[in-house]
Design a protein around this ligand. Structure first.
Ligand code: AP5
Ligand code: MG
Ligand code: ZN
Length: 215
């Protein structure tokens, strides 16, 4: 049983680490960004609304995001824990999450803040490639696929995310600094925060996270 949040700037490695964490602790991975992207792909009304914000590198409005995240948390597979990736992202979202958990008799075990230097973040975002079929994530330099442009996992084509251009990536980082960074102090104050150095080999970062969570 683990109820945790992965906090960290765009490109910090939340998705990369989430894949490993949910496998080890056998809990669902809930990424609001992935939920929005899935809705964009399916051209739902939610997707259309979210897309205009995401393409500019801005946050999707709180009320919409909170509704999406909390309804996901009410699904059966979250009864024994979950890993939130990219939610909450504003103090308001964090407060609403607290209210939601309290109303459901739950509480967070850990908030894992993955820290990476700004220049490294830009290089990670602009060099990221994702599989349009299975979602596996690579990096042209740091984590290259075996065959250029092809997913190791399923053989489909790798693409660049629409919001990974340098201009949009820079805007996402500045939005992060203004709206999401205050969450570090918010959770520090609650005593649930652990700080992880997100640089270096992904496997080493994962081991540090496991150390911080415990078995
Ligand atoms: P979201 O999809 O959550 O994007 P993000 O927070 O910007 O984070 P990323 O997914 O870009 O990075 P990551 O930390 O997952 O890094 P990754 O593991 O891929 O959100 C997208 C948008 O949706 C937002 O901008 C917003 O519009 C909207 N949204 C989502 N949630 C919202 C919310 N709660 N409220 C409002 N709006 C919301 O790694 C990045 C790259 O680095 C990869 O290429 C990877 O291979 C590489 N890499 C990973 N680890 C390492 C390592 N240790 N060493 C070297 N390279 C590494
Ligand atoms: Mg991600
Ligand atoms: Zn794939």
């Amino acid at each position: 049983m683990l109820r945790a949040i992965l906090l960290g700037a765009p490109g910090a490695g939340k998705g990369t680490q989430a894949t490993r964490i949910v496998e080890k602790y056998n809990i669902p991975h809930i990424s609001t960004g992935d939920i929005f992207r899935d809705n964009i792909k399916r051209q739902t009304e939610l997707g259309m609304r979210a897309q205009e914000y995401m393409n500019r590198g801005e946050l999707v409005p709180d009320d919409l995001t909170i509704e999406i995240a909390t309804s996901r948390l009410l699904e059966d597979d979250c009864a024994n824990g979950f890993l939130l990736d990219g939610f909450p992202r504003t103090v308001y979202q964090a407060e609403k999450l607290e209210e939601f958990l309290e109303a459901n008799g739950q509480k967070l075990d850990k908030v894992i803040n993955v820290d990476v230097d700004e220049d490294a973040l830009i290089a990670r975002l602009t060099g990221r490639r994702v599989c349009k079929n299975c979602g596996s994530t690579f990096h042209v330099i740091n984590i290259p696929p075996k065959v250029d442009g092809i997913c190791d996992n399923c053989g489909n084509n790798l693409i660049q995310r629409d919001d990974d251009s340098e201009t949009t990536a820079r805007n996402r980082l500045s939005v992060y600094g203004e709206q999401t960074m205050p969450l570090v102090d918010f959770y520090k104050g609650k005593g649930t925060l652990v700080e992880i150095d997100g640089e270096g080999d992904p496997e080493k970062v994962f081991l540090d996270i496991v150390d911080a969570i415990g078995d």
